[in-house]
Design a protein around this ligand. Structure first.
Ligand code: 5AD
Ligand code: SF4
Length: 471
């Protein structure tokens, strides 16, 4: 850790203490503990950021509550598609009424949507009750910004166009005691023509491998057995470090951490997936048998317009190589339907790739026009009705393909990490297989956070029903 980082973490620790003092007075006045709630939209990166933000708030003395009727509400926003933005406006309507009843309530917004100047202008004109706005690059400053808001009594807006530094060693809370996400890099340099991420998350920056290893070792000493290494494009990890290292090499080092049992990562860009990485995955005892490999489209013509830098054939060859080297690998993907210029023939190429790649599951999205991206000004936008009709057809094929994939493991016994009670049936536990699929099985709560063997009795599309085997 260099001295600059130490001092930034120390500065923020001082602000946390200062906020704590101010908030204690407020809590005394109100005769109760102050509560906070973070609503997170979007991807794993945002969820990870929210854990860091929660860590800061808890050190100030706030206690978490599960409703937005809280003393401090933070919306960690996403802007990858228009419907993500719409959701945030929906929440703001509700927050306004809560704040009427509790005038001391603080409303804060952060995340990707705040990195768009037009959004912030709109918010400050139409939602004047917002107390704090910050972006993706300065989340570590939450305590400082909150302190400024508390002291000045006026709204605070702090937005940076670019990231200045990676700040290490800030507090964080974990949703699960036994598994955790770990940022290995931030930002993206790929500029896929539909995507707003490079504009709102900035250029690619990797954390030093030593910092990553140290953080994971610390987590493992606290009981974490599974980590998910997070980055928009993990396959290009380490390229911009002063001493460059490959993602495959980072994985080798993470693998050596004693006590760590499972390693996952996301997201992999197909253009950067190296043979070295495939070999490391193949030979690893800890890296899970799952790869998220977004294809976006099966049409070479559209892939070019999307600036993806691979073709239908090269993608399928990569899948073939992966299947050959790691036969038990589960593959998942992201697909966009209705990208500008998509013809029926392009769409059929996508369907063809879904069938040939044999995805275990696929996240499917209707193309959403993002202002400022090259695709937004492409002329041949696809009519919504056409895109929606294709989307429905795609869903059917994805369901069919993934059902036949999950079916093939029925009857087998597999090791799962038990994550908690099943959402659908409180009498059941939910465990995650190495290949990322879930299995629900009847057992008692004391297994949560532990590994056990489960027989996969019945495939239910995206998950299984099973029975624990005690040998
Ligand atoms: N419209 C629809 N889907 C998008 N994605 C990114 N940008 C857009 C957009 N403008 C999808 C991609 C990406 C996933 C995280 O979100 O499939 O992989
Ligand atoms: Fe967006 Fe492409 Fe970067 Fe993924 S790789 S975040 S889709 S620009």
């Amino acid at each position: 850790m260099d001295t600059q980082e130490t001092s930034q973490a120390q500065i923020q620790t001082e602000y946390i203490k200062a906020c704590k003092l101010l908030l204690e007075q407020q809590a005394k006045r109100q005769g109760r503990q102050l509560t906070y709630h973070i609503s997170t939209f979007g991807c794993q990166m945002n969820f990870k950021d929210s854990e860091k933000l929660a860590g800061i708030l808890e050190q100030m003395g706030y206690v978490e509550t599960d409703t937005e009727d809280a003393d401090l509400v933070l919306l960690n926003t996403c802007t990858v598609r228009e419907n993500a933005n719409q959701k945030v406006y929906g929440h703001l309507g509700m927050l306004k009424s809560y704040k009427k009843r509790n005038p001391d309530m603080l409303v804060a917004l952060c995340g990707c949507m705040m990195q768009e100047p037009s959004v912030v202008t709109y918010l400050s004109e139409h939602y004047r009750f917002i107390d704090l706005i910050f972006g993706t690059h300065n989340i570590y400053k939450l305590a400082q910004l909150l302190y400024t808001r508390l002291e000045s009594g006026s709204p605070v807006v702090d937005l940076w166009e670019d990231a200045k530094e990676i700040v290490e060693d800030l507090p964080s809370v974990r949703k699960y005691s036994f598994k955790s996400g770990v940022n290995i890099m931030f930002g993206c340099n790929n500029f896929c023509s539909y995507c707003i991420v490079p504009y709102v998350r900035g250029r690619e920056r990797s954390r030093e491998p030593e910092d990553i290893i140290r953080e994971i070792e610390q987590m493992v000493s606290e009981g974490v057995v599974e980590v998910m290494l997070l980055g928009q494009n993990v396959n290009s990890y380490g390229k911009t470090l002063s001493q460059p290292i490959s993602f495959a090499e980072l994985l080798r080092r993470v693998e050596r951490i004693e006590g760590l049992k499972r390693i996952r990562f996301m997201t992999s860009h197909p253009k950067d997936l190296s043979d070295e990485l495939i070999a490391v995955m193949r030979d690893s005892k800890k890296i899970c048998r799952h790869l998220h490999l977004p294809v976006q489209s099966g049409s070479t013509r559209l892939l070019e317009r999307m600036n993806r830098r691979y073709t239908k054939d090269s993608y399928l060859q990569l899948v073939e190589k992966l299947r050959r080297e790691i036969p038990d690998l589960s593959l998942t993907t992201d697909i966009i339907v209705g990208f500008p210029g998509e013809t029926e023939a392009d769409f059929e190429d996508t369907i063809d790739v879904v069938r040939r790649a044999g995805y275990d599951s696929a996240y499917t999205f209707l193309y959403s026009k993002r202002t400022g991206t090259p695709a937004a000004s492409m002329e041949d936008q696809v009519p919504e009705s056409v895109a929606k009709e294709r989307f429905q057809r795609l869903l059917k094929v994805v369901a069919e393909v993934s059902a036949s994939r999950t079916e093939r493991l029925v009857g087998e016994v597999a090791e799962v990490l038990v994550e908690g009670r099943s959402d659908q049936d409180a009498a059941m536990l939910t465990g995650r297989l190495s290949n990322n699929l879930l299995v629900h099985f009847p057992e008692s709560e004391d297994l949560i956070g532990r590994f056990c063997n489960v027989r996969l009795d019945e495939a239910k599309g995206f998950y299984y029903l099973g029975t624990r085997m005690t040998k």
